[in-house]
Design a protein around this ligand. Structure first.
Ligand SMILES: O=C(O)[C@H](O)[C@@H](O)[C@H](O)[C@H](O)COP(=O)(O)O
Length: 234
């Protein structure tokens, strides 16, 4: 059994996005005031689009904010499935256009070859990350820590920042932050939409077996606070 310390529900995705964006912006600005810079890690997928749009309108010192991704599909940044493309189109606009984005995809065509270069890029970001926003798949994956992949155990145990992942149930080779890197943060938000995800979350909380549902490893720890934000899909 896992117990959630903070769980917030909203009746629309828009209301959730407004509240969460304001909260994240406040935490980023606090970090900037304290150490001159802040680091934000966001996820891809369909859930964060409204959040990105709300975040991009926040009036903070975006030029001092480093942004990266929790995971990336190993495709070119112009590809329809690229998380970098999503971030460039929906988050790095308006006020947030001044933020410093560090993408995970690089010149290597195979993710296993590119992982070292991305590790190097990530080593130059402010740590711990100030805010990490995660999504969750219906199989309980988060970032690209997939229950189906041979690399899951590595992702849950490695001391490195990132790893190459080859899911069998989702397209593309992926690069994912490791569990250790995700937890090396001051605040994690798990951002969910719709009834099916609420049902998956219910299943997640019934056990602590992270090999079955990797999101459990993020929720079942005491190092970093994880606040869960759920809304109806509309
Ligand atoms: O690149 C990705 O696919 C992700 O970062 C992934 O972990 C995502 O957050 C979940 O799969 C939820 O995806 P949806 O928001 O599309 O449901």
């Amino acid at each position: 059994m896992i117990t959630l310390p903070v769980y917030k529900e909203f009746d629309t995705a828009q209301k959730l996005a407004k509240v969460l964006a304001a909260k994240i912006a406040g935490q980023l600005q606090e970090a900037i005031d304290a150490r001159g810079k802040a680091a934000l890690v966001v996820s891809g997928g369909s859930t964060p689009l409204m959040l990105f749009s709300e975040l991009s309108r926040q009036a903070i010192d975006w030029q001092d904010v480093y942004i990266t991704l929790a995971d990336e599909r190993w495709v070119s940044p112009e590809h329809a499935d690229s998380n970098e493309r999503l971030v460039r189109e929906h988050l790095l606009v308006r006020r947030a256009a001044k933020a410093k984005f560090r993408g995970l995809k690089n010149i290597y065509s195979v993710v296993d070859e590119g992982v070292g270069m991305t590790e190097e890029v990530l080593s130059n970001l402010p740590r711990p990350f100030d805010v990490v926003v995660l999504g969750m798949g219906n199989d309980g994956h988060t970032a690209s820590l997939f229950p189906c992949s041979e690399q899951l155990q590595l992702g849950l145990t490695t001391g490195r920042t990132c790893l190459a992942v080859h899911p069998t149930t989702a397209p593309h080779g992926r690069l994912s932050l490791s569990l250790k890197a995700i937890l090396d943060s001051k605040q994690i938000y798990l951002h969910l939409h719709g009834d099916p995800k609420r049902e998956v979350l219910r299943q997640v909380l019934t056990s602590d077996d992270a090999t079955e549902m990797p999101i459990r490893a993020v929720l079942n720890q005491r190092h970093t606070p994880v606040d869960v934000y759920w809304s109806q899909a509309s």
